[in-house]
Design a protein around this ligand. Structure first.
Ligand code: ADP
Length: 563
């Protein structure tokens, strides 16, 4: 700024100085020329009078350095010249000033003179003397370069003074101009006292600052909203820049990568070096959406990587982590279930097909026909039971019972079930007893019936002749408890954890013999879960099994509220 001002001032000063110098010189030249000419005229008059009076004696010992004096005869012959030898000089009759003096008494001219081996412009003044001769005075005229040469020194002094003054002025001026600008409070430009000229600029800055503050506030709010939403998300979310540096990570994702908030600013692959993850991020970095499944923190997670575009270029990546552990487990179970169902159906179907084929082809002896028919009947019954159990389970799986709750007297339901199973118990030589009291459960009748039926049925099936089954329904402070105890074969400890799985049997052939489907306890488990009930199993091989289903208080509630 100072330099600019200095340069501008110097330039102006230089232009002014040059213009002044030229004008000054021009004026001086005019003045000096006029003065020189009038002096020459006066001198010529004086010299003419003196020469007229004194004659040739006037020129004796004359010392006129500035003026050149020439005396010319009426025929043009040079009689005397103060600077040259008159004898060698040419005739001057044709000279303009001489002609004029001879005819008018006084003559004057200006022209180049080459007489003295030098070229200069000279002024000539000639006066005719009374004797007819002419006296001429001449002087070299002042020239512009001559005057300039004489003025060099003062001009240089003036120039130097101008430069110094320019510098001082520029320094002072720039200081004065810049100081108010430096003192501007840009945080509050509208309140700053600057120049009137920069008021629009300050107003604009103030407006822009207000806009920036509003935008900052909006951004902060959006960021906070995002943080709150991301923090509350069960899914993991990670925002990366294009160099795959973590910009933001929500608590769920940090937990999965076993990291904390300090991982922000780090390279994502410093948290997990999985090669497949590298490939996934590379793809997203190339502008393509990609997904993969990765095992993280004892679970399976689906990772979705999506590129974020800005002005047509990838500026970042959003990585979303979805828990698919349950989904994968469910898929696995479904696959196993389908295989098991096919397997379970295949055995009775083969038996039915084989027996019926033999019967159709008349290849069975008359006496064996009842046995073959019985086999077909038994296997068909087993298939029907299997299909019914599968349907019950799928209804439980699908949540088909949602919203169909009512107050059910579990004791009355147990009485019905025990009653329906008494013939089977009698056939098996098992004694069945029911104890307890009315116990209301706020639940769904059909699954509750399923629990009772399957537990009692198993207790008879896996019992021994002469054994007993005790069904107890109690309404206690903790809730309603249903227990079915038998004096049967018991379940080995290593199988106890798995008997509630679908199609799991301790002894497959024994179960099939008994007409079991392997789904009874799976139905019990699902039905109990539907009522938030807890199942407890106690069993000892050879002495019997007791299974208790505990319905929590709110489930047993008489409030009529659905939970
Ligand atoms: P099943 O249709 O084979 O009875 P369940 O799911 O009802 O299928 O039972 C699974 C397995 O658990 C049975 O095959 C059996 O081995 C065992 N089990 C169930 N209840 C009892 C019990 N009361 N006593 C002994 N073993 C039992």
């Amino acid at each position: 700024m100072t330099k600019r001002i200095f340069r501008s001032i110097c330039l102006v000063a230089l232009i002014v100085f040059m213009a002044s110098a030229i004008l000054f010189l021009y004026a001086l030249y005019g003045y000096f020329s006029g003065t020189q000419r009038s002096q020459l005229r006066a001198q010529t008059e004086l010299a003419a009078r003196a020469a007229a009076n004194e004659g040739l004696a006037f020129f004796d010992g004359m010392e006129a350095e500035e003026y050149r004096i020439t005396w010319i005869d009426a025929d043009g012959t040079v009689l005397y010249d103060s600077r040259s030898d008159s004898g060698e000089m040419e005739n001057h009759l044709e000279r303009e000033e001489i002609q004029q003096a001879l005819s008018e008494g006084f003559g004057e001219s200006t022209r180049y003179s080459t007489t003295l081996m030098e070229q200069s412009v000279s002024i000539y003044c000639a006066r005719r003397l009374p004797d007819g001769t002419v006296l001429r005075l001449s002087v070299a005229r002042y020239t512009m370069p001559g005057i300039l040469l004489r003025m060099v020194q003062p001009l240089c002094i003036i120039f130097a003074i101008a430069v110094v003054l320019s510098f001082a002025l520029a320094f002072r001026l720039s200081g004065q101009i810049v100081r108010p600008l430096n003192e501007l409070d840009l945080d509050a430009p509208a309140e700053s006292e600057g120049y009137e000229e920069i008021a629009p600029l300050l107003r604009r800055i103030s407006l822009q600052q207000r806009r920036i503050r509003t935008q900052e506030e909006e951004l902060r709010q959006k960021r906070e909203e995002f943080d709150v939403v991301a923090a509350g998300m069960p899914e993991g979310i990670v925002l990366l820049n294009k160099k795959k540096i973590i910009l933001s990570i929500n608590p769920a994702a940090a937990r999965l990568f076993e990291a904390d908030a300090s991982c922000v600013g780090k390279y994502i692959l410093s948290l997990n070096r999985d090669l497949e993850l590298q490939g996934l991020l590379q793809k997203a970095g190339d502008g393509k959406c990609a997904e993969m499944t990765l095992g993280l923190a004892n679970g399976r997670y689906q990772l979705n990587a999506s590129p974020v575009f800005s002005q047509g270029m990838v500026s970042g990546i959003v990585l979303l982590l979805l828990d698919v552990t349950e989904r994968e487990k469910a898929e696995q179970l479904r696959r196993e279930f389908t295989a098991n169902v096919s397997h379970e159906l295949k055995t009775p179907l083969h038996t039915i097909l084989g027996s019926s084929e033999l019967l159709v082809n008349g290849m069975v002896a008359q006496k064996d026909i009842p046995e073959f028919s019985r086999r077909i009947y038994v296997e068909t019954q087993r298939m029907i039971r299997l299909v019914e159990d599968i349907l019950r389970l799928s209804r439980l799986d699908e949540g088909a019972y949602d919203g169909k709750r009512e107050e059910v007297d579990l004791y009355a339901l147990a009485r019905e079930t025990v009653g329906s199973l008494l013939p089977k118990a009698e056939d098996a030589g098992v004694e069945m007893t029911l104890t307890g009291e009315t116990a209301m459960v706020y639940g769904i009748r059909q699954p509750l019936q399923g629990i009772l039926y399957n537990l009692c049925d198993n207790a008879i099936q896996y019992n021994r002749r002469g054994g007993s089954v005790t069904v107890r329904v109690e309404d206690g402070a903790e809730g309603v408890c249903l227990s079915v105890a038998d004096t049967g074969i018991g379940i080995p400890a290593e199988h106890q954890g798995r008997i509630f799985e679908r199609f799991y049997r301790v002894d497959k052939s024994h179960s099939r013999e008994m007409g079991g489907t392997g789904l009874g306890l799976a139905i019990v488990k699902h039905a109990a879960r539907l009522h938030n009930a807890v199942i407890e199993l106690q069993s000892a091989v050879g002495s019997g099994t007791a299974i208790a289903v505990r319905f929590p208080k709110d489930q047993a509630g008489l409030t009529g509220q659905e939970t």
